[in-house]
Design a protein around this ligand. Structure first.
Ligand code: CAA
Length: 282
């Protein structure tokens, strides 16, 4: 039974995770260095809960759970001190994550579990700066977190059975379906997802079809809920570029980031979150 969860990082994933833990009645501290980011995240969580209620997919009681359970903090120590489960969800930068995880370990009690929401970074490497890597585990959520059913639980080289079981139990308590995977580059999901996403960008570069048509091809021809370019927009072009760079290094040529992806990221066209990616988002 988890008494309190801390979610570190109020970006797309952090706010989604905090939304889901709160509406499931778990006291949740959402922590970010930026007070503005926290305020913006809180507004987006409110709006998302209202959308879920309006669509009949979230019970109306979620509104009260959210009010009761979600609180915000800019102080990592204070946000972690009382928590027995911490989920780090800061950007996919190994050094940044490792630094924050080490600070989290100093702040929490000795029996707290620490999880990282990473889509591809090696859990064992992220654990290397921890004094107790056995309490550390990967917990990969999917965007949009309130809707997507999967949580990929990643067993690092030193993760204890207790840490893995705790992450699996938490995922189930949040209404998700967990799978447990070995700590291998891109795990089970990003490795496959990236192959389609990057190839779609290369096809766009080569003029095979427009972004609209490539997406339509996979939506209607393969019944993907969303075409690969629209999905890249949803995930964030910067996020996909970082994963591609890492998998290119670790696995090989098929993950070399296409030039068009680099160009769009350098122009700040990061997808849905900035209003422009392969598509325009109003
Ligand atoms: N709570 C809050 N909002 C909800 C909701 C709920 N319970 N249920 C639905 N909504 C929202 C949806 O988010 C959507 O919002 P926008 O208008 O802002 O897009 C809107 O209500 C419409 O929802 P629908 O239920 O009608 O859903 P849809 O049929 O339009 O499908 C979708 C939306 C679920 C996102 C679907 O297109 C889909 O499954 N897309 C693929 C998503 C995917 O593959 N995600 C994984 C990405 S990879 C990743 O995340 C890993 C990583 O590490 C990078």
């Amino acid at each position: 039974m988890i008494r309190q969860i801390t979610v570190i990082g109020a970006g797309t994933m952090g706010q989604g995770i905090a939304q889901v833990t709160s509406i499931h009645g778990i006291p949740t501290r959402l922590c970010d260095v930026s007070a503005e980011a926290l305020t913006a995240a809180s507004g987006r969580i409110d709006a998302s809960v209202e959308k879920g209620i309006a669509k009949g997919k979230t019970p109306a009681s979620a509104r009260d759970q959210l009010k009761r359970c979600l609180s915000l903090s800019t102080q990592l120590d204070e946000a972690c001190r009382e928590s027995d489960f911490v989920i780090e969800a800061v950007p996919e930068l190994l050094d940044l994550k490792a630094r924050i995880l080490a600070s989290v370990e100093q702040a929490v009690s000795s029996d707290a579990i620490i999880a990282t929401n990473t889509s591809s970074l090696p859990v064992s490497k992220l654990a290397s700066g921890l004094e107790h890597p056995e309490r550390f585990v990967g917990m990969h959520f999917f965007n949009p977190v309130p809707i997507m059913a999967l949580v990929e639980v990643v067993r690092g080289g030193a993760s204890s059975d207790h840490a893995v079981d705790s992450a699996v139990s938490l995922a189930v308590a949040l209404g998700k379906e967990p799978i447990v995977v070995r700590d291998s580059p891109g795990f089970a999901t990003s490795r496959l997802g990236l192959v389609i996403g990057l190839e779609a960008i290369r096809m766009l570069e080569a003029g095979v079809a427009s972004a609209e048509e490539i997406d339509k091809a996979m939506e209607l021809g393969y019944r993907h809920p969303m075409g690969p370019l629209r999905l890249t927009d949803l995930v964030g072009l910067d996020v996909r570029l970082a994963i591609a760079e890492y998998l290119h290094e670790e696995i090989g040529e098929q993950f070399r980031p296409p030039e068009l992806l680099r160009q769009l990221v350098s122009k700040g066209h990061l997808g849905k979150k900035t209003g422009q990616g392969f598509h325009s988002w109003s």
